[in-house]
Write a protein that binds this ligand. Structure first.
Ligand code: FES
Length: 86
């Protein structure tokens, strides 16, 4: 199971972490990956001055926005999943 951790701290919330979570949730459903990817929330990841912070496999991606969430999903999450399966 791959876990995507979304920062729900106040700076990230203001930048749209709830939207980012919603988009990721939709993409997970759309790709039928709900048994392989889980979404969870965490408090501040200490990159508050950037975009919404998301952690994937111990790496923090601090510049997510609703606009680039889909490309993050296809360029980072899916390849990560493929590596895990191997
Ligand atoms: S509130 Fe998200 S990184 Fe600080």
């Amino acid at each position: 199971m791959l876990t995507i951790v979304i920062c729900v701290g106040s700076s990230c919330y203001v930048r749209g972490s709830d939207k980012v979570a919603e988009i990721l949730e939709r993409l997970i459903q759309q790709e039928n990956l709900s048994n392989q990817v889980e979404l969870t929330g965490a408090f501040c990841m200490e990159h508050c001055s950037m975009g919404v912070s998301v952690r994937l496999n111990n790496q923090v991606y601090p510049e997510l926005y609703p606009e680039n969430t889909e490309s993050f999903f296809y360029n980072e999450v899916i390849p990560c999943l493929k590596r895990e399966v191997k």
